[in-house]
Write a protein that binds this ligand. Structure first.
Ligand code: PXP
Length: 257
């Protein structure tokens, strides 16, 4: 069975984002802690996918990390990148199994908001075609907005990743009513993308409180989680942190109708 194609029997696959290990390393300019080693520990804990974002300013993951991940990680890599000529070249050389196209602004702390597929449709469509030729499965990181999902489906991308930041923030703020509204919006988006024949991923800002409700949705294929999982790993170790997230996902998926 190809886990990137078949629906996951035990809930959505978990992509572990190792960017924040690189952030910690870069704080002192040396080579510790190493995001590649973190990825190998995450695999031992049961990570299905390793996710990383090579930003234009290289603020966390560096080019050498990408090579190290490619050489040493045996599960699919999900390479998050902005749609730029430089990134397309690097991706074509690296040939990760998966690419997630994200918007990128230099001043932002993290990826704020989704990609505007509708507003730059030809550019996204051409990028998706080029990446498909390189053998990469492309997802577009978008808001759960009907017009963006329609545009994503028309662009030829086989997958969407829906931005869960607003939902996760509402959970963290203890605003249940708002969290439920965002969850409903995400559920509708996932169903729309599924009906258009796409695979459905979600991520951003998720932690052990906000992950379960998404994992319980039958139509969701992958969750990509970084900051909170790496933070949890500081206390329990990377392997255990991944096990805790996998257990949370599998428990929630087991309660699906
Ligand atoms: N998915 C995408 C597309 C992202 O850009 C990020 C952040 O790099 C994540 C998921 C993970 O977000 P977080 O680190 O908040 O869990």
């Amino acid at each position: 069975m190809n886990p990137l194609v078949e629906p996951a029997p035990r809930g959505p696959l978990l992509g572990v984002n190792v960017d924040h290990v690189a952030t910690l390393r870069n704080a002192r300019g040396g080579d510790f802690p190493d995001p590649v080693q973190a990825a190998l520990h995450a695999l031992r804990g049961g990570a299905d996918i390793i996710t990383f974002h090579l930003r234009e300013d290289r603020r966390h993951i560096r080019d050498a990390d990408v090579l190290g991940l490619r050489e040493q990680v045996q599960v699919p890599l999900n390479f998050e990148a902005a749609l730029t000529a430089e990134m397309l070249d690097i991706i074509e050389r690296t040939r990760p199994q998966m690419v997630c196209l994200v918007p990128e602004r230099r001043q932002e702390v993290t990826t704020e908001g989704g990609l505007d597929v509708r507003g730059q449709f030809e550019r996204v469509r051409d990028g998706c075609a080029r990446l498909a030729d390189a053998g990469c499965r492309v997802s577009l990181f978008i808001e759960a907005e009907p017009a963006q999902i329609d545009a994503a489906a028309a662009s030829g991308a086989p997958c969407v990743e829906l931005h869960t930041g607003a939902y996760a923030n509402a959970v963290d703020a203890g605003d249940d009513a708002l969290a439920q509204r965002h969850l409903q919006r995400l559920r509708a988006g996932i169903e729309q993308a599924r009906a258009a024949g796409m695979r459905t991923h979600a991520g951003h800002g998720l932690n052990l409180r906000s992950t379960a409700a998404l994992a319980a949705m039958p139509a969701i294929d992958e969750l990509h989680i970084g900051h909170a999982l790496v933070g949890h790993a500081l206390f329990v170790g990377m392997e255990q942190a991944v096990r805790d997230y996998k257990a949370c996902i599998e428990r929630a998926a087991g309660q699906r109708p």
